[in-house]
Design a protein around this ligand. Structure first.
Ligand SMILES: Cc1ncc(COP(=O)(O)O)c(C=O)c1O
Length: 349
């Protein structure tokens, strides 16, 4: 981020400036109204376009990677390891960020979604990984994040024996949520933009998976005491497991930033109505959201993350949880490249 923009952000949360960042973008993402969807849904809907962050087709993980890569550079790493699902946007962006800083990307793809379509296994993010020259290893016990992380440790130990300096991005609970700092900064950015627009945001809706986005954003909003309600739409775990995770993660982010106990359970709101049948799988709500945002606004969301989050937002409005007439911010976290992995299903929309 350009110094002046980042200075603006850390003036509101100074401890953010203590963490090394590898700069991957230099200006705020757009925050703008969505007029057609607002009319259709009966709220004042705004969007924050984190899908347009400028690295290898963008997305929320760019903000998170600034902090992981920042630490990797400090440790003089020459290789970056990460794990994720076959159509993971995080591993795609990690490979791109590693290339930018002249490190070797090694990515572990977890077979989490039972999908034997050739496009799911070869197109979309998988194709981009190949173009980025990432070394790909496959891991079949994909739903167990502790084992997935442990397998990265085994690979890293072998690399160390060969003289390499690997840095592992661990995503499992129990490891510091460093990447969430990027979303504490994003919350400051969004609040500054809303203030400039004289807009008071009542609700923010975002996808919640590893919870780095949700917990970082919630930490930022809580530190600034901004009164918006933050709704996390579950993309991987049910609401009770995810609430527990976000509570823990947000307080860990708070601790990184010098707050001993930043939030209580009341601050964590999650909704899993649009999750079934499970991670990375379509349903009628998601299909409607993908179609609605393309047709009404020309904006592309995906079946795994941003489409599920938008489906959740529509559900929260229709169920009255978000009342008519409120100011609602949708955080578009990206994920569009995964659409090419779901071609057969999307062609039928
Ligand atoms: C496009 C996109 N949106 C949202 C998420 C979920 O964010 P988080 O893992 O920070 O909860 C991801 C995670 O990979 C993603 O790729």
């Amino acid at each position: 981020m350009a110094q002046d923009n980042f200075e603006r952000l850390i003036s509101d949360i100074p401890p953010l400036g203590r963490f090394p960042r590898a700069e991957l973008f230099s200006s705020p993402t757009t925050l703008e109204p969505l007029k057609n969807l607002s009319k259709k849904l009966g709220v004042n809907l705004y969007i924050k376009r984190d899908d347009t962050l400028p690295l290898a087709m963008g997305g929320n993980k760019v903000r998170q990677l600034e902090y992981y890569l920042g630490e990797a550079i400090t440790q003089k790493a020459d290789t970056i390891l990460i794990t994720g699902s076959v159509q993971s946007n995080f591993v795609r962006l990690c490979a791109a960020a590693a290339r930018k800083f002249e490190m070797r990307p090694i990515v572990q793809l977890e077979e989490r979604v039972s999908n034997i379509n050739i496009e799911y296994n070869r197109s979309g993010n998988v194709l981009l990984l190949k173009m980025l020259g990432a070394k790909i290893v496959y891991f079949s016990e994909g739903e167990n994040e502790t084992q997935a992380d442990a397998n990265l440790n085994i690979i890293a130990n072998k690399l160390r024996k060969d003289g390499a300096k690997p840095y592992i991005i661990h995503l499992g609970i129990g490891h510091r949520p460093l990447g969430a700092l990027g979303y504490a900064a994003a919350a400051v950015e969004a609040i500054q933009q809303a203030t400039e627009l004289k807009l008071e945001i009542d609700h923010v809706v975002l996808p919640t998976g590893s919870a780095l986005t949700h917990s970082g954003f919630l930490a930022g909003v809580s530190i600034l005491k901004y009164p918006a309600t933050i709704h996390g739409i579950c993309v991987r775990r049910d609401s009770s497991l995810q609430t527990e995770r976000v509570l823990r993660r947000t307080n860990e982010v708070g601790q990184l930033l010098g707050y001993s106990s930043l939030i209580g359970t009341d601050a964590v709101i999650t909704d899993d109505t649009c999750l079934p049948p499970g991670y990375g799988q379509m349903n009628g709500y998601v299909a409607e959201a993908i179609k609605m945002s393309a047709i009404e606004e020309g904006i592309i969301v995906d079946p795994v993350y941003s489409g599920k989050a938008l489906a959740g937002l529509i559900h929260l409005i229709r169920s009255g949880t978000i009342p008519q007439g409120q100011n609602v911010l949708f955080l578009h976290t990206g994920g569009a490249p995964a659409n090419f992995g779901y071609q057969s299903e999307l062609e039928r929309l």
